[in-house]
Design a protein around this ligand. Structure first.
Ligand code: GLY
Length: 255
């Protein structure tokens, strides 16, 4: 179960966020409303939500998931691979907040890069995507730190998506949403795989929070599959975040 969540209010320059999508620029005011609705949905799951102030100089800074890996033993502050995002991990209010929750605070060092959107937690095991943002050195450091605390990690090369969790979501109880390049990956054959159709690929980025699953609005087949598994579903509109390659998981740290 998760007790705590950290989020950051979107920057007023969110329209300048990094993107590979061709869907126009996010509308700041709409992003703020969607973010408030996201926080409301999380609150319904019983977690305490810490809301950090906007950091207007960092257009992607609402995607707090990338700056830290929160485990049940320690937190590991990352070193984002995207140059424009690197300083997000050192923002003082984030670092202070993580220290408030954790006695054991570790960090990824140069030349390692990691964005924790590339890391999927399954119990005490962590799948680490090797992507344009997370390099082998960063993954090696991450695994070494995890092992120091009795946790484990393994790498997963990825080619098609931005982050590992763009295409995978672990919903606990052995249930794994899989899309695209991960559908036939033998690493995931032991899971009860719920395959996401290509026309709803963005919908693979759901989050499990305390027996609820947050599902992005507009992906009815994904929603139905999750409801069929017996989860309580909370639908949240993330259309403005999608325009800059962001989704439900990117918007929070959950621990
Ligand atoms: N725009 C989110 C990212 O590229 O990290």
């Amino acid at each position: 179960m998760f007790k705590n969540v950290i989020v950051r209010i979107p920057s007023k320059h969110i329209s300048e966020g990094i993107t590979s999508a061709n869907e126009g620029k996010p509308i700041y005011e709409k992003a703020l409303v969607q973010h408030e609705n996201y926080v409301s949905a999380l609150t319904k799951t019983g977690v305490n939500v810490t809301v950090l102030k906007p950091e207007d100089d960092f257009p992607d800074s609402c995607f707090v998931e990338d700056v830290a890996l929160c485990t049940r033993k320690c937190v590991i502050i990352t070193r984002p691979g995207a140059q424009s995002r690197r300083q997000e991990a050192a923002l003082p209010d984030m670092v202070t907040t993580l220290h408030k929750f954790y006695d054991n605070v570790e960090s990824i060092k140069e030349p390692g890069t990691v964005e924790a959107g590339d890391i999927m937690m399954v119990g005490d095991h962590f799948y680490i995507g090797l992507s344009a943002r997370t390099n082998q050195e960063g993954a090696n450091q991450m695994i070494e730190i995890l092992e120091k605390y009795g946790l484990t990690g393994e790498t997963v090369p990825l080619k098609e998506v931005l982050h590992l969790k763009t295409g995978l979501a672990y919903l606990e109880n052995n249930n794994l949403l899989v899309s695209g390049e991960f559908k036939n990956d033998p690493r995931f054959s032991k899971f009860n795989k719920i395959e996401i159709d290509p026309d709803e690929a963005y919908g693979a980025n759901c989050i499990w929070v305390n027996d609820y699953v947050l599902v992005p609005a507009g992906y009815p087949k994904v929603q139905q599959k999750i409801e069929n598994l017996g989860y309580k579903v909370l639908v949240v509109d993330t259309s403005e975040f999608r325009k800059i390659d962001g989704g439900l998981s990117c918007l929070s740290l959950r621990f």
